[in-house]
Design a protein. Structure first.
Length: 421
């Protein structure tokens, strides 16, 4: 679709990802929202200026290099196949503030339309794919609410009211189950993620692959039926019945997608770095399972679309550029007073859990024991004491019991786990 006025130009790549299919123009967010609901993604052209892209990219690359040199793992989020990828948490430096304001101006009306209310920024980061980065496995960032319900062995408790003599024990069961499924589907918050190209993205730089209209219960069931969500691009094209689209964007363009839609990062076979600004916004409702929630802890619950544009004075951190004598990074997160004492006596899961995201998966060499999730079939690390307790829980162990998410990678192979234990 081509949209004018505040929304600017909009387009949808064809199956090959090389050409564009144009649709009738519109002058408000309604038509674009309909496309986003139906296809699960849209592409907006020229959201950021070239100046903001250049300044932000330089800040991202210099900050990432310095953070890696200093071993500042707290500044990076989890990302699939991270050997040649980084997911840098961003502070409010001038190019980030300017980019947020441009994003809010262009995408705010659309996001308000599709979420049904004000949206909170839950991820603010920059993903960089270096030359040699392998193709990610196809995945969705969050699990569909209905799929999450259907995959769990939920025990429906009997009603406490007395039944009439003419009522059978299971007379209301189908209606009750239907009401629960509808509640899960309608009360789970929607998250939409935008990836803004900070340089032109060519086919050999590993552009994001997107599978249109795969944010449905059926497609999620297909994904999770393939060995716990592990699926290749070729298999996904066949299994989903639709060819993937390559997001070969120009500098300043963005792809905005439903976090439930199937996608992956392509293989970067070039010698160039591909950097994208990542902004995820969550609407009203229950937080869905999944997502990396990559964001500085100091900014959590501080940014929402209705607060944009931010004033220039909100840029409280410097931009790291070539003209800077040294690279400045955000300070390490401060442990709250008494936090160590509070953690005594609690399980390792409770002590290390991130309230706004899943607990990180440590290297397999640090695992003391492991339990397997009955939903995603992935192994999760735990203490020996926890393993004994979790293997006996009703309905089986599930990732959230240890603060993890079924959307997280296992982080090692089954053979490596077998060799350890």
């Amino acid at each position: 679709a081509i949209l004018s006025a505040a929304l600017g130009a909009v387009s949808t790549p064809t199956c090959s990802g090389d050409a564009l299919v144009m649709a009738p123009a519109a002058d408000d967010a309604t038509a674009l929202a309909e496309q986003l609901r139906a296809e699960g993604y849209v592409v907006l052209r020229g959201v950021l200026s070239a100046e903001d892209c250049d300044a932000l990219r330089e800040h991202v690359l210099r900050s990432s290099d310095e953070a890696k040199r200093l071993g500042r793992d707290d500044l990076f989020g989890e990302i699939q196949d991270g050997d040649r990828r980084t997911d840098l948490k961003l502070d409010l430096c001038p190019p980030v503030v300017s980019s947020l304001n441009s994003f809010g101006s262009r995408c705010g009306p659309l996001l308000q339309e599709v979420t049904g209310g004000d949206s909170r920024v839950v991820e603010l980061a920059a993903i960089t794919s270096n030359g040699g980065a392998v193709q990610q496995r196809v995945h969705a960032d969050t699990m569909h609410g209905v799929t999450r319900f259907l995959q769990s062995d939920v025990s429906l408790h009997h009603t406490t009211r007395e039944r009439g003599a003419d009522e059978s024990d299971d007379e209301d069961a189908p209606e009750d189950i239907g009401n629960i499924i509808r509640a899960v589907a309608t009360d789970t918050a929607l998250i939409f993620t935008s990836l803004v190209a900070l340089q032109d993205v060519e086919p050999d730089m590993g552009p994001t692959h997107v599978w249109p209209a795969t944010h449905t219960v059926g497609h999620h069931a297909t994904l999770w039926g393939k060995g716990g969500g592990k699926i290749s691009v070729e298999d996904a094209d066949k299994s989903f019945g639709v060819a993937h689209r390559q997001m070969t964007l120009s500098k300043g363009d963005l792809v905005l997608y439903d976090s439930r839609v199937m996608h992956c990062g392509g293989a970067n076979t070039s010698e160039k770095q591909r950097s994208v600004l990542c902004i995820s916004c969550m609407g009203p409702g229950i937080r869905p399972d999944g997502s990396t929630w990559t964001m500085l802890s100091s900014l959590r619950n501080q940014l929402s679309l209705n607060k944009l544009p931010l004033p220039e004075s909100s840029a409280c951190a410097p931009a790291n550029s070539a003209s800077c004598e040294e690279v400045e990074l955000p300070p390490p997160p401060q442990r709250k007073a008494g936090a160590a004492d509070d953690a005594v006596g609690k399980s390792s899961a409770a002590a290390a859990r991130d309230p706004d995201g899943p607990k990180r998966i440590p290297p397999v060499s640090e695992w003391d024991a492991a339990v397997q999730c009955t939903l995603c079939r992935r192994w999760r690390p735990c203490s020996v004491v926890e393993a004994a307790k979790l293997t006996g829980v009703e309905n089986g162990f599930q990732c959230p019991l240890l603060g993890h998410s079924c959307m997280q990678e296992q982080g090692c192979t089954d053979d490596e786990i077998d060799a350890l234990f």
